[in-house]
Ligand binder design. Structure first.
Ligand code: CP
Length: 309
């Protein structure tokens, strides 16, 4: 059994270097099998439960595709209005119930810390698919997998992360992985949407090379990758504040022409207006390839935590 057998995947800062390497190498192995037209039956007879208390396209469907690609089966709550949460059932009671139906549970919930609470309630492995403005570790793992594939190596890279760094759970998870690989980080955000202080303090303890800017064009001249994020409308108490901030940063073809040649454009998606659609034709626009990488990376996670790798 692997070092991840039976473990929960709740955040990136608690993963060891060995665990990260194992996830990335297992994902690469699964991707090669799929690309060669091979079939996998590693998880035949096992059931994945996906419990989504917030909307999702990529995370839920790529987890479900991953399980099906591994020969397993899926049960799902895609809309909390159709689950007994709508009748007031506690998260812990829902988890204890679903544990009786599934071998592994993937959960997305609007409350920061809910994934840990869910994992504490059950013995089966729990994977955090996003807990409010907390973390989104599986997105970060597929992001680093994507960077490695797009650039050939993680060595000596500079990555600019732009947009809503305050609420963006994908960047909250990703920066720990980028720092672990010695990648230089440039944070680009409006002054009211900067990276939370506890994360910048952690990065400082890791001796990460971090700078901050409000100038996206300047950051793109220095970067190998720009990771755009959506201003997270659903996290704002004041809709007027969201309206004031939306559209703060938009990447278009004119900006790419002025950027570091060959810059890779990433986005966890969904995008609203952060990347002009004209950018889609640019060969360094990696965001749909990034979304597709969710399948092998999530296959690796499901297989490793259940001992089916
Ligand atoms: N990147 C991401 O989490 O997308 P979804 O919200 O569609 O799952």
């Amino acid at each position: 059994m692997s070092i991840l057998y039976g473990k929960d995947i709740l955040r990136t800062d608690t993963l060891s270097d060995g665990e990260i390497d194992l996830i990335l190498s297992t994902a690469s192995r699964f991707e090669s099998v799929l690309k060669a037209g091979g079939r996998l039956g590693n998880m035949a007879g096992q059931v994945l439960a996906t419990l989504f208390f917030e909307p999702s396209t990529r995370t839920r469907l790529s987890f479900e595709a991953a399980m099906l690609r591994l020969g397993g089966q899926v049960i799902t709550v895609a809309d909390p209005r159709t689950s007994s949460a709508a009748k007031g059932e506690s998260l812990a009671d829902s988890m204890r119930t679903v544990e009786g139906y599934a071998d592994v549970i993937v959960i997305r919930h609007p409350r920061k810390g809910s994934a840990q609470e869910a994992a504490d309630a059950v013995a089966v492995p729990v994977i955090n698919a996003g807990d409010g403005a907390g973390q989104h570790p599986t997105q970060a793992l597929l992001d680093i997998y994507t960077i490695q594939k797009e650039k050939g190596s993680l060595e000596g890279l500079t990555v600019a992360l732009a947009g809503d760094l305050k609420h963006g759970r994908t960047v909250h998870s990703l920066v720990y992985l980028l720092a672990r690989f010695g990648i230089q980080l440039i944070f680009v955000s409006p002054s009211v949407l900067t990276m939370p202080a506890e994360i910048t303090a952690d990065l400082k303890k890791m001796d990460a090379d971090v700078s901050a800017s409000s100038d996206l064009a300047a950051a793109m001249r220095q970067s190998d990758v720009v990771y755009m994020t959506r201003i997270q409308r659903e996290r704002f108490e004041d809709p007027a504040e969201y309206e004031r901030l939306r559209g703060s940063y938009v990447v278009d073809v004119a900006m790419i022409r002025q950027a570091n040649p060959g810059i890779t454009i990433m986005h966890p998606l969904p995008r609203v207006d952060e990347i002009a659609s004209e950018v889609d034709a640019y060969e360094g626009a990696a965001y749909f390839r990034q979304a597709a990488n969710g399948v092998p990376v999530r296959m690796a996670l499901l297989a490793l935590v259940t001992g089916c790798e």
